[in-house]
Design a protein around this ligand. Structure first.
Ligand code: ACO
Length: 421
């Protein structure tokens, strides 16, 4: 069977044959046929927008690998900082590289005092922490002279380090501000996840529980990258315009904020709370089937079998509940999952629990308010965004993103004075 595709333009009889590699053919073949011919592909359902060597995802088989390593092995044996290095630099670090990387990240965790005093203090007292986080990322770029030197590899590395190191600090600061607590400075003696938990919760003699720090780290690993999702695509669209990485990351975080993307775990917990009791589950399932409600935390654009992250998270949830006690919403979630997985509506549409179905329950058991859930997603996703940003900036085929449209509006018409309309 030839690994090619032949397209004929029936209007002209012109034919073009293009190679198929890895299930993809170059759309430049269409330009050869007719430079004014475009594919109409809303939401990029059939379009590979980039070549990437970072994350492999097979939705039908439920496979997720970072730089070739299965997510299950990384979640079991690695740490988030090691995974961030892997995503950014392509290979697992040796021990000297990991020590240096950990030292560097740890020593960039502090933020300029004016970020808190002048910027964060300006928010309304009940501002949503994700709105604050998105804005804080863009604001952070204004503190660093070299932020705009995106063509300079050394400057790029400095910004990458700063963004990964400061994301937990900003996240914790947004939370402390929203509940009126004084900001905790980073503690450079703690690991990345433990430092974050410490900045979030330390009052008096608080000590980070190592089981909870490990659970946080596993959640960070699972959320670090997910190839060309909505937020990463935003990063890849903004980055090639030459914007600094703080602004690009703010754009990616804004995309993540939406309830159909990173905001889904917040929506899951709210949904479980609204269902309220075990007995209400069948009625809720009926309302999903009639289109009145959406089963949040179910379904995925790519995974049509199972989401491998959901399986790992479900196990991590039980580790956390052993320390914190069971989240009362867990029973409703389990019942909902059981009912959905047996129901032809969900089976026929290949709807399975995604990463967000259980992550919210863990976050809640760890004490995080629902408003913080998307921020918790954004902290580790920073390494994925930056890995894609870096990959794109050094790609010789890079061009500014500029899709075409299928114009569907009125033809030319003349301006009418307001009195005559
Ligand atoms: N509840 C009920 N029905 C659903 C759900 C759901 N969660 N998800 C999809 N469907 C239905 C759709 O109504 C559609 O039915 P139809 O064929 O009768 O019209 C069918 O399944 C196909 O769904 P689409 O919306 O076309 O699937 P798409 O790939 O565009 O959407 C998405 C994927 C956005 C994730 C969707 O499944 C959804 O809204 N899920 C709930 C939100 C959620 O959990 N988001 C988190 C995703 S993971 C992440 O971003 C980290």
């Amino acid at each position: 069977m030839p690994e090619t595709i032949t397209i004929t333009d029936d209007r002209t009889g012109k034919t073009v044959t293009a190679p198929i590699r890895g299930g993809v053919f170059p759309s430049s073949a269409l330009r050869e046929l007719d430079p004014d011919l475009y594919c109409y592909d809303p939401a990029y359902l059939s379009t590979a927008s980039t070549k990437s060597a970072i994350t492999f995802l097979d939705g039908a088989e439920g496979v997720l690998r970072y730089r070739g390593y299965p997510i299950e092995q990384l979640a079991e044996r690695s740490t988030y900082l090691e995974v961030a290095y892997l995503l950014l630099y392509g290979n697992l670090p040796d021990s000297a590289q990991l020590d240096q990387w950990t030292f560097d990240v740890t020593h960039h965790t502090f933020i300029h005092e004016n970020m808190r005093k002048r910027f964060v203090d300006g928010f309304h007292y009940d501002a949503h922490p994700m709105g604050m986080f998105v804005s804080a990322l863009a604001a952070l770029g204004t503190f660093y002279e070299g932020a705009k030197d995106v063509g300079d590899p050394a400057a790029r590395q400095r910004q990458i380090l700063r963004l990964i190191a400061k994301a937990p600090t900003i996240a914790a600061m947004c939370h402390r501000f929203s509940v009126g607590l004084p900001f905790n400075q980073p503690d450079n003696n703690l690991s990345y996840p433990a430092n974050f938990l410490n900045m979030m919760w330390k009052i008096g003699d608080y000590e980070v529980d190592p089981v909870l720090a490990r659970a946080m780290d596993v959640l960070f690993i699972l959320h670090a990258d997910h190839e060309q999702n909505c937020g990463t695509t935003a990063m890849r669209v903004i980055g090639p315009s030459g914007a600094d990485p703080y602004s690009s990351a703010a754009g990616a975080a804004a995309a993540l904020y939406g309830p159909l993307h990173g905001g889904a775990n917040e929506a899951v917990v709210r949904m479980l709370g609204e269902i309220g009791t075990f007995d209400e589950v069948p009625a809720f399932i009926d309302s999903v089937k009639t289109g009145e409600s959406r089963l949040m935390g179910f379904g995925h654009r790519v995974y049509k079998n199972f989401d491998p992250r959901a399986l790992i998270i479900k196990k991590a949830a039980y580790d956390v509940f052993d320390v914190t006690g069971k989240n009362p919403l867990l029973d409703i979630a389990l019942k909902l999952e059981e009912a959905a997985l047996e129901d032809p509506y969900f089976i026929d549409r290949k709807l399975y629990p995604n990463v967000d179905f259980y992550s919210g329950l863990i976050y809640q058991a760890l004490g995080f308010p629902v408003d913080m859930f998307t921020v918790l997603f954004a902290i580790p996703r920073m390494s994925g965004w930056l890995a894609h940003w870096q990959e794109l900036l050094i790609d010789p085929e890079r061009k500014i993103a500029r899709p075409r449209q299928w114009y569907d509006g009125p033809g030319e018409r003349n301006y009418v004075a307001i009195a005559d309309r």
